[in-house]
Design a protein around this ligand. Structure first.
Ligand code: ZN
Length: 143
């Protein structure tokens, strides 16, 4: 492998890391949609907050995947457990972004494929929550 090939591969890895971060960030927002949509809460307005103590979250609490890992899955303010699911959904988003840019290349068809993955993820999780909460109101923190 010569330097040119190595540089091209390195650039592509760097680009895919950026796509992973973008995908994880978009799916981080979808976590909000999954939580708020069935509860008829507005998801486009308002700050994110801890679902246990209600403390408003700051930027450093909301970095996809990394914040959850750094806080070891617990709220910075009240110590309540934060479901690993948020991080799983974010990781899924990052993986979908990388997957579709590898399948289609860095081209327009990757965008609808990614968006469709997002819609399917939201629908699956909302249905899963509905099935689980039958017979009682369960929250994500009861896991
Ligand atoms: Zn809290």
């Amino acid at each position: 492998m010569d330097w040119l090939q190595f540089s091209i591969i390195l650039a592509r890895v760097f680009i895919e890391i950026i796509f992973f971060a973008i995908g994880a960030s978009i799916f981080s927002f979808l976590n909000v949609v999954i939580y708020r949509l069935p509860r008829h809460m507005q998801f486009s307005l308002g700050h994110s907050m801890c679902t246990t103590c209600g403390h408003e979250l700051t930027m450093r609490d909301m970095i996809p995947i990394l914040s959850w890992l750094k806080l070891r899955g617990k709220c910075r303010y009240c110590g309540a457990r934060i479901s690993a699911r948020y991080t799983i959904v974010e990781t899924l988003g990052g993986c979908f972004a990388v997957l579709w840019t590898l399948v289609f290349g860095i081209k327009w068809p990757a965008i609808p494929a990614f968006l469709a993955s997002g819609v399917v993820t939201v629908v699956v999780y909302i249905l899963y929550d509905k099935l689980r909460s039958r017979g009682g109101d369960s929250t994500l923190h009861s896991e």
